[in-house]
Design a protein around this ligand. Structure first.
Ligand code: NAX
Length: 323
């Protein structure tokens, strides 16, 4: 039997947590032969709800689970963790400006970054889901100076999957026929789902759709998909977000040959300003992530990328004192 891995999930009693934890426990994220120890972090008012989540986990009698630790202490939650999925964050309340949201979450991710720095396994991989995901990720990694920035990423896999689905619906193909698609920038309505290098069964995607649809329908549909789901369901995306988190960590941990999208700490690739967490096209090798280099970006793409880059620079300015 393999050595158990320790997995921490924050916001474990929330909507996404409830869709995520049981699938992790079933082995969908790290493999069906990988034993696990789960650390579940919540805030004190949610500990009773978390207790219910743990009771249900026990009632699943998952063969891979070696232990479950519910806690409201980041130091305890991140002790020796190999994987941390940071979902918990403050939602935007009525009247709250984006800047206030950045500030409120900045405190959470400062504390959690420091706790990871102190207590996590030195090879820990950290996926940030909680919004604003890219900037929360930046705060966490800057507060973890003993870990490498490449050990952190922000989740844009849901946006990537949404883009795959929209293109597949349009050209009437299966999502698995599409390759090379990428989401650039921020996990926000400025993100840029790019089709310039995408193919559908080997054909350039842009030869199968017109620019009008690409610019006026596809890009806004992907950018606004979260809002559309909120409007339809009355709750924000949870099952699809949990699914994306599982896929992103699985690819990162086990490797995959597919081009996907991940928010990574920028070191200047594609001319993006250094020191922001920016979504790029990537290929995951086992335990490492490589940006797909050498793509040709036309002026249309460069303009879209500049907008989302600027938004991330503005977000960084708002939380400069935390990093
Ligand atoms: P919920 O409000 O249902 O759950 C959040 C949970 O986090 C709550 O149980 C809360 O008690 C807990 N929490 C708050 N502060 C915490 C802290 N300091 N430590 C530990 N736990 C804490 O939200 P949910 O629908 O689960 O969404 C969670 C986050 O994911 C939100 O920020 C949401 O905006 C973000 N999303 C990110 C996505 C992405 O693609 N990156 C997509 C889905 C989702 O919108």
């Amino acid at each position: 039997m393999q050595k158990p891995l320790r997995v921490a999930v924050t916001g474990a009693a929330g909507q996404i947590g409830y869709q995520l934890i049981y699938r992790i426990a079933a082995g969908e994220m790290l493999g069906r032969d990988q034993p696990l120890h789960l650390s579940l972090l919540e805030i004190p008012p949610a500990m009773e709800a978390l207790n219910g989540v743990v009771m249900e986990l026990e009632d699943c009698a998952f063969p891979l689970i070696q232990g479950i630790d519910p806690t409201d202490s980041p130091d305890t939650a991140f002790a020796e963790v190999d994987i941390a999925v940071l979902v918990g964050s403050r939602p935007r309340s009525p009247g709250m400006e984006r800047r206030d949201l950045l500030e409120a979450n900045g405190e959470i991710f400062t504390i959690q970054g420091k706790a990871l720095n102190e207590h996590a396994a030195r090879s820990v991989k950290v996926l940030v889901v909680g919004n604003p995901a890219n900037t929360n990720c930046l705060i966490a990694l800057r507060n973890a100076p003993d870990l490498d920035p490449t050990q952190f990423c922000a989740m844009t896999r849901l946006d990537h999957n949404r883009a795959l689905a929209q293109l597949a619906l349009k050209v009437e193909c299966h999502v698995s026929d599409i390759s090379g698609l990428a989401v650039w920038g921020n996990h926000s309505p400025t993100m840029f789902p790019e089709l310039g290098s995408a193919t559908v069964s080997g054909e350039p995607a842009l030869s199968l759709v017109d620019m009008e649809w690409y610019d006026k329908e596809f890009i806004p549909a992907v950018q606004q998909r979260g809002a559309a789901i909120l409007q339809a369901r009355g709750f924000s995306s949870a099952a699809s977000a949990a699914n994306a988190a599982i896929e992103q960590v699985r690819d990162w941990h086990l490797g995959s040959q597919l081009v996907t999208s991940m928010g990574l700490y920028s070191t200047g690739s594609y001319g993006i300003r250094e020191g922001i967490v920016f979504s790029y096209p990537v290929i995951c090798k086992r335990d490492s992530v490589q940006i797909v280099e050498g793509r040709t970006l036309d002026q249309f793409s460069r303009d879209k990328i500049a907008i989302t880059e600027q938004e991330l620079l503005d977000e960084r300015s708002a939380i400069e004192h935390l990093i």
